[in-house]
Design a protein around this ligand. Sequence first.
Ligand SMILES: [Zn+2]
Length: 324
Amino acid sequence: MIAAQRPLVQSLLDGVARIGADPPGITREAYGRGENEAMALLAGAAQALDLDCSFDAGANLTMRWPGTDPEAAPLVVGSHLDSVVQGGNFDGAAGVIAGLAAVAALQSSGVRPRAGIEVMALRCEEAVWFGLGLIGSRSLLARLPAGALDLPHARSGLTLGQSIAACGGDPARLASGVPLRDPKTLGAYLEVHIEQAPQLIEAGQPVAICLANPGNVRHPRIRITGEDAHTGLPHRFRRDAALAGAEFALALERLWLEEDRAGRPMAVTIGRFHTLADRHAMTVVPGQFELSLDLRAYDPAHLAQLEARLQAIAAEVGAARDVT
Ligand SMILES: [Zn+2]
């Protein structure tokens, strides 16, 4: 029943890949051409399955298949349709297309569920477009932070409010702070998503159930300050901020590996790690160093513990290398 939907799934995945083609990956900009065209393609497929398509004030697309009992809370299946720049085709899109494929499979086998199924294509999950992620879902639940509607789009320069309006949404409605959907009226939410790691391949499993989402602590800009000096300065006098940064990073990696061995999953990502371009030079001991840090763990108590360890490591490295 599911295998019979392979041609539909393949043609939709190929279709959204063509829309976003940007070798070596795909780019579907949020509240822009890529996401809009992908929404139109999937809405067309949904209409062919007799689903009722509508856009909400956040310009999210909902494709409804009513159940036999109009009182039954619907099952929502969905994901996002935007991507990062030159990202993967399956990220997000697979979850929306999976919902359509499931409806098609049920229809072709003659099953009509009691509760309706709503396939949702959400806007702007990726933070690259406005410096803020999950905008479609936040709109739905009135969780947009203050000022979000004024954030500029990374490409068009339009504000989020203008971008939403340009896609047929209603930013004034979002600004009212009233959720577009009441979660209590939804039966369940199901999202199929690609794994962002090869663990399933490693385990030889086609699919797994996600039991939790990690929370994070972010330090977007950590500045280490030592003292600029000439290469002639002997080691014992140096206050080298770059070496302190390196030691800090490696200490965090050791912490991560320890936690892994103890069966307590976490992750540390240092996406930015550099001396300052306006001061660094081959023959200058760097007195300034910058890094960003994203720390993740599943359990809030574990995350708080890790943040405390991180602070302790920073203090140790700072004392040992005389930097702050
Ligand atoms: Zn995704």
